[in-house]
Design a protein around this ligand. Structure first.
Ligand code: HEM
Length: 405
């Protein structure tokens, strides 16, 4: 018989705390060495590779990402019900249907269509600093990089990039940890984005193009189609899921390479290693270090009973360092042989990152361009990081130097 989780002696780890990333990771990884499960202030955390996979692949654990607002005291009904229909936190049949309808539009082939545009975007951003031999690479390349790509993906014209960037920034305040104060700004941005997206949808309905909105409008299975509200929700999900993640993951990658110049040299000398390098960067330093679930019913797992409603945080940043899956996990090695089990930084189970092919393509193209154009990459000051805790993690400032061209 399973033991109720409340009756088990467990180590305690804080989910939200004011520590540096390295202190936090050290604490989590030390705890993970002794226990697959720990207690935190909102519920529990699973820490090992197997247990993170176990929870993410078990459909009885539902996404709690849509509850972030409620957990921060937001009770506005219109806002909450609107967020519930997002693919990021839909469950059961609703999620299966959405995913089935939209998945073909996010195939590796669709992502490949954008590769030339991705290269061009990184090259243009880098041109502005190439001759100086110095950059604050977060500001100069990583932050602006995803917006043109998402706009190109959706079919939003160049003159709207600025507007899009502002709306994305405001919508993403949802994860900023300051929701109550920023709530009016977020709601206004969501409304503006909705109106804008409805315009794009109307345009594409009358004039189809080679872009995601046209694909989503056309997406149909057995006579079932996305309605306009679902289409706008998907656009918002793409912005929420696809901008901050990519820019932070690229920033973390460049910080890692600047700290491991020998790995940068290996990459520069053999660009066929780029796909492996992307996977190793995401394993070693993922921008999303965990996600949250709640038990939709009483759940027995690993001999433990988790009552309905239990909150569970799944720790990708410890699962990715599980030595039983990744030998010598503390070594950052882009030549690492694939182990046949994926890292956890793109999630797992039904909510596995919908934009995974796009994210990989964006990072691969950026690595290829930058490896060629930034010989002798090194840090040129202190790397500053965003606060750890909730949301997406990455550097806020990353001064680097390289051989000028
Ligand atoms: C390096 C960049 C990225 C990282 C690290 C990342 C990470 C993740 C993770 C961990 C999840 C699962 C969340 C959960 O289970 O609660 C997820 C889901 C998702 N991602 Fe990404 N992501 C990235 C890029 C993208 C891009 C470029 C897009 C847009 C096209 C995107 C769209 C989504 C969507 C829509 C979901 C929800 C899927 C669902 O619930 O069925 N992501 N992502």
């Amino acid at each position: 018989m399973a033991t109720p989780v409340a009756d088990i002696q467990l180590p305690s780890i804080p989910v939200l705390l004011d520590q540096s990333r390295s202190e936090r990771l050290a604490l989590l990884r030390e705890t993970a060495a002794d226990s697959w499960l720990a207690r935190n202030e909102i519920g529990y955390s699973v820490l090992t590779y197997e247990s993170v996979m176990g929870i993410l692949r078990d459909k009885r654990w539902h996404s709690a990402t849509g509850l972030v607002a409620q957990m921060q005291g937001i009770s506005d009904d219109a806002f909450l019900s609107r967020r519930r229909v997002s693919i990021l936190n839909a469950e059961g049949e609703v999620h299966v249907r959405l995913r089935r309808l939209v998945a073909p539009a996010f195939s590796p082939r669709s992502a490949d269509r954008l590769r030339p545009f991705m290269r061009q975007t990184v090259n243009e951003l880098f041109d502005a600093v190439a001759h100086t031999g110095k950059a604050e690479i977060v500001r100069d390349v990583c932050e602006p990089y995803p917006i043109p790509i998402i706009c190109e993906l959706l079919g939003a014209p160049k003159e709207d990039w600025k507007l899009f960037s502002r709306l994305a920034t405001d919508v993403l305040r949802i994860f900023g940890g300051n929701l109550a104060e920023e709530f009016p700004l977020i709601v206004a941005a969501q409304q503006e984005l909705e109106t804008y997206t409805e315009g794009l949808i109307a345009d594409r309905r009358s004039q189809p193009a080679d872009d995601l909105i046209t694909d989503l409008i056309a997406a149909e299975e057995s006579g079932d189609k996305l309605n306009t509200e679902e289409l706008t929700m998907m656009v918002e999900a793409v912005i929420v899921g696809g901008t901050d993640t990519t820019r932070n993951q690229l920033g973390l990658a460049i910080a890692l390479f600047a700290e491991h110049p020998e790995q940068w040299e290996i990459l520069r000398n053999d660009l066929s290693l780029v796909p492996r390098a992307v996977e190793e960067v995401m394993r070693f330093s993922g921008a999303v270090s965990g996600t949250i679930r709640f038990a939709s019913e009483d759940i027995e797992y690993n001999g433990v009973l988790f009552p309905k409603g239990t909150f569970m945080s799944t720790s990708m940043s410890t699962g990715n360092f599980d030595a039983s899956v990744f030998p010598t996990p503390n070594v950052f090695d882009i030549t690492r042989e694939p182990v046949g089990q994926p890292h956890l930084s793109l999630g797992a189970g039904i909510h596995y990152c919908l934009g995974a092919s796009l994210a990989r393509a964006e990072l691969q193209e950026a690595f290829s361009v930058l490896a060629e154009r930034m010989p002798n990459l090194s840090l040129n000051g202190v790397v500053e990081y965003k606060p750890t805790g909730v949301g997406i993690f990455g550097p806020s400032s990353l001064p680097v130097s390289f051989s000028a061209q």
